[in-house]
Design a protein around this ligand. Structure first.
Ligand code: COI
Length: 355
């Protein structure tokens, strides 16, 4: 795709937030990217404009039927001043997997990476440099036909916004308490669980709110049919270390194929630590704990990177994993991925794109 990205710079730059007090997803940079899709024309008019509200007709389809997808990735500034992106090709591949499921026309993955690079370059002074911070990149697509019938839209907007962020969970890399969700399910095979689409996140809110009211940070999702097999933790993929071996639920249609999940599996293989993708029942985890073989548990995701699980509550039975402390392997994976991302460690696996 050889489209030129038009650039209109802001004449009124904002004050940047204090990099030492950043929370996740509250601040946005000076610019945003937009590109439109019209049936018969394709994607057109890519442009960077000053960050601003968008105006939508109240009948716009996305507001009613949720035909939308999104992504999340991060840019870091290395000590030597280079701007680094972590595996942006994987996010753009996944955009098209989500698009296909939600009936949104595909985007040109290389062009979308160019759009990200153009925008991040314009707002690179917004990349925070304090420990644990980064510039979160949120590409997303929404259906924009003003129409109330249920069918795929004929028009769309692809946008990218940028947010300087700190840790996703206030706990940071400290372990979180997790409630094993007995009633609500996140997704089922044949549904949309493998797509990064807003409906999955809307469906997760009630369980999250109820778990928070009980003093837990998030829920552990079980499968939608037998309520037996582990799927995800909150908005993250989940891993367990049992007797020296690492296991994570296999991707069988209802689980999001996380990029941090993929990176974790690749790193474990690189380190020659056994790792298996398979079905894991919640019973197996509690049995392993009873036998003393459950060594660590952690979530993986772009926003938090690695989030150790310190406690699990399953129907009132509580277990403390690794005495509620961050495990050695969890910390090693966190340090390695964030080290590669921020340029303090060598890019041994070829994951870094320099802007
Ligand atoms: C992630 O990056 O882990 C997520 O999916 C969370 C995001 C929706 C904020």
């Amino acid at each position: 795709m050889s489209l030129n990205i038009k650039v209109e710079k802001t004449t009124n730059p904002k004050t940047k937030p204090d990099a030492n007090n950043l929370v996740f997803g509250h601040n946005f940079t000076d610019h945003m990217f937009i590109m439109d899709y019209t049936e018969g024309i394709g994607w057109h008019d890519p442009r960077v404009i000053p960050y601003q509200p968008i105006s939508l007709d109240p009948s716009t389809m996305v507001l009613h039927y949720g035909q939308a997808i999104f992504e999340g990735l991060k840019a870091y500034k290395a000590k030597d001043g280079r701007v680094l992106l972590f595996r942006p090709n994987k996010n753009m591949e996944r955009i098209n997997i989500s698009n296909e499921r939600i009936c949104i026309p595909p985007i040109d993955e290389n062009f979308a990476i160019e759009a990200i690079r153009t925008l991040v370059d314009i707002d690179k002074d917004w990349i925070p440099e304090a420990e644990g911070t980064s510039l979160y990149i949120r590409p997303f697509i929404i259906a924009t036909d003003p129409y109330l019938g249920v069918r795929p839209s004929n028009t769309y907007m692809f946008m990218i916004i940028l947010s300087p962020v700190g840790m996703y969970y206030p706990e940071g890399i400290n372990p979180v308490k997790i409630y094993v969700e007995p009633s609500y399910v996140r997704a089922v095979k044949g549904g949309i669980g493998f797509a990064k689409t807003p409906g999955n996140y809307a469906a997760s809110l009630k369980a999250q709110v109820e778990a928070e009211a009980k003093g837990y940070t998030q829920v552990l999702w079980l499968d939608g049919i037998e309520r037996k097999y582990i799927e995800e933790v909150g908005t993250m993929n989940v891993f367990f270390k049992i007797k020296g071996k690492v296991v994570t639920p296999a991707l069988e249609g209802s689980i999001l194929a996380g990029i941090t999940r993929d990176s974790t599996i690749a790193l474990l293989k690189h380190w020659e630590i056994p790792v298996v993708e398979r079905r894991i029942s919640i019973e197996e985890i509690f049995e392993a704990q009873a036998k003393g073989t459950l060594e660590e548990a952690f979530g993986t995701g772009t926003a938090a990177v690695i989030s150790p699980i310190g406690e699990l509550n399953w129907a009132g039975n509580k277990i403390l994993i690794n005495e509620g402390k961050t495990g050695e392997l969890s910390a090693r994976i966190y340090d390695t991925i964030t080290g590669m991302q921020n340029g303090s460690l060598a890019d041994e696996l070829g994951w870094i794109m320099v802007l």
